[in-house]
Design a protein around this ligand. Structure first.
Ligand code: F6P
Ligand code: MG
Length: 440
């Protein structure tokens, strides 16, 4: 893995008193830590059954570590180095040094950039487990993720049924109809991003209604809609070349959102708008609901074994896609670093080179958007291309519902009008964007 240590560009630093970021750190993060501690408590017997006294001992130590972490957070203590000797430990510690040198004060929970401290909390949760074998592999968010999947089951059935009906005649669809289906499934994937569990502090946030019925009514909430551009890119590629078309999907949340992404991916393959799809997930439990390899495989297994014909058909064919190699799952430690994507070419050049092979990269979700635009307080009208700050590995598209106070590429006055009519428009997940950059 060609990961090297580099000096990182300056990012948004400062104190957040009174801002959304500050509220998140002060209120939501301790809540998440408390739920993690509670989860470990509740699995005590399971640890004992599996590992005996060693399991109990590990659970106690992990809880002690996490309680200390919660206290550090709540009392705004300085951030400390990691000790777990994983492949990314040096990068994290180097980032800490970088922030130490950046400001006159030592980096701390409420003084350092929000993106950094929030990522740091999830990495410390990982350290709490990693340092305590035999429970190192335990995913503290697995329960919430599974719950989200099961609570969304009806909506997933609707999606699977729709897909399987569509696939029956997909070869006969003319271009106009194919485009209509494309637009629909991309929008379902976009709104699936409402189902993130970190914004709700881990509380249920599943999709319960029919995901297609709402689409028309939701259109006016898409503030930037470049879907036609994405369609043109793919349909022109399909018409002009017989070679491969690779699409990469940088995944976000497991549960309904992942199911919607997989349905979209299946459609892209079946319609020959893509010939191979690469999925990118997280290599550790992240932001409560983000997809890991275990979640990805678990979801496909659940689909396959579901007691519903079309859901199960989806699971079987998705497993087949993976076996055939037309679907590929990949993870990389870069996705769980606090770095913005403009530093990927330097920090993880192998990943940048990999993404460069893609014909279209789809970035799902809010956190990916924050990292795409460097988590800076841009003016609303700054072009997306500019905010990407030279991150142009391939044409890319962000599908995201707005949950943080950053947005670029709006029309003059659009952001101000929204702020006036609905002050919380940026953080409530009600609005969405489908924002494209052609890369050249
Ligand atoms: O809490 C920080 C944050 O990035 C929010 O902006 C958002 O609510 C959440 O985490 C992650 O959202 P997503 O799952 O869409 O990346
Ligand atoms: Mg997420």
């Amino acid at each position: 893995m060609a990961t090297q240590v580099v000096v990182l560009p300056a990012s948004l630093a400062g104190k957040f008193e009174g801002s959304f970021a500050y509220d998140t750190l002060k209120d939501r993060l301790p809540l998440i830590l408390t739920r993690v501690i509670d989860t470990l408590h509740r699995h005590k017997n399971e640890f004992f059954e599996e590992h005996g006294e060693k399991g109990i001992e590990a659970e106690k130590k992990a809880i002690a570590y996490l309680s200390k972490l919660r206290n550090e957070l709540q009392t705004d203590k300085p951030l400390i180095a990691l000790h777990d000797n994983l492949p990314d430990t040096i990068l994290w510690n180097q980032h800490l040094e970088y922030h130490r040198n950046l400001s006159n004060e030592p980096p701390s929970w409420f003084q350092s950039p929000w993106l950094y401290t929030e990522c740091y909390m999830y990495r410390r949760i990982h350290e709490a487990l990693v340092q305590n074998p035999p429970i190192s592999e335990f995913d503290v968010f697995k329960e919430e993720k599974s719950h989200g999947f099961f609570e969304s089951q009806q909506a997933i059935i609707v999606l699977s049924t729709y897909l399987q009906e569509l696939l029956k005649n997909i070869e006969d669809l003319d271009e106009k109809h194919l485009q209509e289906e494309f637009l629909k499934l991309f929008q379902v994937s976009l709104w699936g991003n409402k189902c993130d569990l970190s914004i709700s502090g881990g509380k249920d946030n599943s999709q319960r209604s029919n995901p297609f019925q709402a689409l028309e009514g939701l259109k006016s909430f898409i503030l930037v809609d470049h879907l036609e551009k994405v369609w043109s890119l793919l349909i022109n590629k399909k018409k002009t070349t017989a070679q491969t078309t690779r699409i990469d999907i940088v995944l976000d949340n497991a549960g309904f959102e992942l199911a919607a992404d997989l349905v979209m991916a299946d459609f892209l393959l079946a319609s020959k708008l893509a010939t191979e799809i690469h999925f990118h997930g997280k290599s550790m439990p992240w932001y409560v609901s983000d997809t890991t390899k275990q979640d990805f495989n678990w979801t496909i297994r659940q689909m396959k074994s579901a007691n519903h014909k079309w859901m199960s058909r989806c699971g079987v064919s998705w497993e087949g896609n993976l076996k055939k190699g037309v679907w590929v799952y990949q993870d990389h430690l870069f996705w769980t670093l606090p770095h913005e994507f403009s530093s990927m070419a330097k920090v993880s050049s192998d990943l940048y080179t990999e993404l460069h092979k893609s014909n279209l990269i789809i970035f799902k979700g809010d956190l990916n958007y924050r990292k795409l635009v460097g988590d800076r307080k841009w003016d609303f009208t700054v072009p997306f291309h500019q905010a990407l700050n030279n991150f142009h590995p391939a044409p890319l598209c962000s599908l995201r519902t707005l949950k943080c106070d950053i947005q670029v590429g709006l029309k003059p006055g659009q952001g101000e009008e929204l702020t006036h009519s609905e002050p919380e428009w940026m953080i409530i997940g009600k609005y969405g964007i489908i924002q494209f950059d052609a890369a050249s």
